[in-house]
Design a protein around this ligand. Structure first.
Ligand SMILES: [Zn+2]
Length: 354
């Protein structure tokens, strides 16, 4: 048994479901799951009910996080195809603007070209425009980013070939970054056959050959983010299961397994999960913060015992390495041996680099 000190994970893509769907997650349960997974900061997406697509909804959600979060956080604002002026007003408080070019869970899809042009024109930053896009929509977003000189971040890249067009755009001088999820790197469509709706997500899992290509092209990737998107077992077992899987508590032990197997260096893992999320979103690292992990024999991830309210993981049974034993955030121990020691509201908004 040995112990390892890490800076912690900044998870740049989570859905903590509050407001709107607190029966499957809320700010407190979600940020507790974060600490359990060695995640010291989360960036939360705006596809809530109601959608976080105007100043009033954004301010209300921000108050919820101020009162309840136990990890640090940043919040995205989203575009619902309508209220651009109000987005511009909250731009300086948001970590970025999330645009849904293709359908997923929630109702924030914008495909109308005029609306897309208007929002790419109007977004003042300083955060990037982060997009949910299927492969066919990525060139549209790259063109818009070029035309309007915007910084673009491609969330959960759906296919390894997309990394090539993103990199080509970068070579042409576009300011574009991208992320992949642990499930696209570690599960294939074989999991869909095995787990059914519990492995249903958007973008869908790739075939084994494409998973191998994702690893090969990993040098082109900026961020690994969980896209933590919990749903209840009842929802997943219904006739119309929603897409999405939880991931906050499994990213670190799964990536440490990859490090153990020599597929990734520890240094590169830290870059993908900590330095680059901070860099892409222009955020300051929380001071005096670290995560202590006990490294022993590899083990299989459990079926139960997760902090996320949904209580399951698509990775149950997968091999993992390391247990988070202690999390220190801004000088205080906030998680130790299975207990959240922070109080609701101790989590702070990640601050922007001036
Ligand atoms: Zn997402």
């Amino acid at each position: 048994m040995s112990s390892l000190s890490l800076p912690g994970i900044i998870d740049a893509h989570v859905h903590l479901r509050e407001p709107g769907a607190t029966y499957k997650e809320d700010v407190l349960s979600g940020t507790s799951a974060a600490l359990a997974g060695g995640v010291i900061g989360v960036l939360d997406m705006p596809n809530n009910t109601p959608p976080i697509a105007n100043g009033e909804a954004f301010s209300r959600k921000r108050i919820l996080f101020q009162q309840k979060a136990v990890s640090d956080y940043g919040l995205f604002v989203g575009f619902d195809g309508r209220d651009i002026d109000s987005l511009v007003e909250v731009a300086s408080q948001a970590v970025g603007l999330k645009l849904y070019l293709d359908e997923t869970f929630g109702d924030m899809t914008t495909r109308e070209p005029q609306a897309l042009h208007r929002v790419f024109e109007a977004w003042p930053g300083p955060g990037p425009i982060a997009i949910h896009a299927e492969s066919r929509s990525i060139p549209i977003a790259l063109r818009l980013a070029q035309q309007h000189n915007q910084r673009l971040h491609v969330c959960h890249v759906p296919h390894p070939d997309d990394l090539l067009q993103i990199d080509a755009a970068r070579q042409r001088g576009l300011r574009v970054t991208c992320e992949v999820t642990p499930h696209h790197l570690l599960l294939s469509d074989e999991a869909v056959a095995r787990l059914g709706a519990y492995a249903y997500m958007k973008p869908p899992l790739a075939c084994a050959a494409d998973v191998a290509l994702f690893w090969q092209k990993l040098p082109l990737v900026d961020i690994i983010a969980s896209d933590h998107a919990p749903h209840t077992r009842v929802e997943k077992e219904s006739a119309t299961p929603p897409p999405g899987v939880p991931g906050l508590e499994t990213t670190l032990p799964l990536l440490l397994r990859a490090v153990d197997e020599g597929r990734l260096t520890l240094e590169r893992m830290i870059e993908l999960t900590y330095h680059n999320p901070l860099r892409v979103y222009g955020l300051r690292p929380p001071q005096e913060s670290d995560v202590e992990v006990e490294i022993g024999a590899s083990y299989r991830l459990p079926r139960e015992g997760y902090r996320t309210r949904c209580g399951w993981s698509p990775f149950a049974g997968e091999w993992a390495v390391g247990h988070v034993v202690r999390v220190r955030l801004r000088g205080r121990v906030v998680w130790e041996e299975g207990q959240v020691l922070a109080k609701p509201g101790d989590g702070q908004e990640l601050r922007r680099i001036k």
